[in-house]
Design a protein around this ligand. Structure first.
Ligand SMILES: Nc1nc2c(ncn2[C@@H]2O[C@H](COP(=O)(O)OP(=O)(O)OP(=O)(O)O)[C@@H](O)[C@H]2O)c(=O)[nH]1
Length: 256
């Protein structure tokens, strides 16, 4: 059978990333309390392609993934990237995993336990050097300091999405990253609250008013003090309850 992918292309245009996107695949993540958590990721796999080839070999990406069936974890990313580079004869391999991760939380007063879902992301890149980024998005509550100051009653407050990406050395637990972020908002968000908890988190948010800028600055101060973290980017989106748009802020540690 003719191998069309191998035929030459004469346009002299190398491709930075080519591959397969949006594969649903089971993965395993190290869990601080239970050692291993099974979840399902959306996987993107890319390599670079030299200018002289018409196409990459799409089937080989899935073959590589299947080699690590049930064993895909942060620890195996490096091996998978090496295998991608080798099987696809590429100089650069890129792997992205987006997955839900569940952490059990206790409500602040009743102690009622419930599972919270956090969307996480791992990006591994292997060229001449290796790069690894861990990301997590944490829903939180923000309460507007301006509204609290000027209003005779109450203050507008909303759910916000606080997202960070980090590069680090050694090990950083997703659980720790989540709790550092939750400390930086007006109040955390829970899956289960009884009435006494609801009173506590409402008052906690009122006592901790924060603009979107306050939240990203608080996270910046927090992460800058964690010795394992070598780079980070933090963004926050407040889904404003008094506007039909969001308030947004971003800090990248490089720009500090
Ligand atoms: N490169 C490329 N392949 C595509 C695309 N869309 C579908 N394919 C198909 O992906 C299939 C798998 O390609 P390969 O991995 O080269 O398959 P193969 O030649 O049987 O496998 P190897 O012998 O390992 O190279 C082919 O049938 C392609 O037609 C595309 O946009 N680009």
């Amino acid at each position: 059978m003719k191998d069309v992918q191998q035929t030459p292309d004469t346009r002299n245009i190398p491709i930075d990333k080519v591959g397969v996107k949006n594969i649903r695949y089971p993965i395993v993540v190290m869990d601080k309390s239970k050692a291993r958590q099974h979840t399902v990721a959306r996987v993107n796999m890319y390599v670079d392609l030299p200018h002289h080839f018409k196409g990459t070999h799409m089937s080989r990406f899935i073959e590589v993934l299947n080699l690590y069936h049930g064993e895909i974890s942060i620890e195996s990313l490096d091996t998978i990237l090496r295998e991608m580079k080798q099987r696809l004869e590429a100089s650069r391999a890129h792997l992205e995993l987006d997955f839900p991760y569940f952490i059990e939380k206790a409500a602040p007063v009743s102690g009622a336990r419930s599972l919270m879902e956090y969307q996480c992301r791992m990006i591994g890149i292997l060229g001449e050097e290796q790069d690894f980024i861990l990301g997590v998005s944490v829903p939180v509550t923000s309460l507007c300091p301006c509204s609290r100051e000027i209003s005779a009653r109450g203050a507008h407050n909303q759910r916000s999405l606080l997202s960070v990406q980090i590069r680090y050395r050694g090990h950083v637990w997703i659980e720790d990253l989540v709790s550092w972020l939750e400390e930086c908002a007006s109040a955390p968000v829970y899956a289960l609250l009884k009435r006494e908890d609801e009173k506590a988190v409402t008052e906690q948010a009122y006592d901790n008013p924060m603009f979107v800028e306050d939240i990203v600055r608080a996270v910046t101060q927090k992460l800058a003090g964690v010795p394992e973290i070598t780079w980070f980017q933090v963004e926050c989106e407040n889904f404003e309850s008094i506007h039909n748009h969001s308030a947004y802020a971003l800090v990248e540690s490089r720009s500090l």
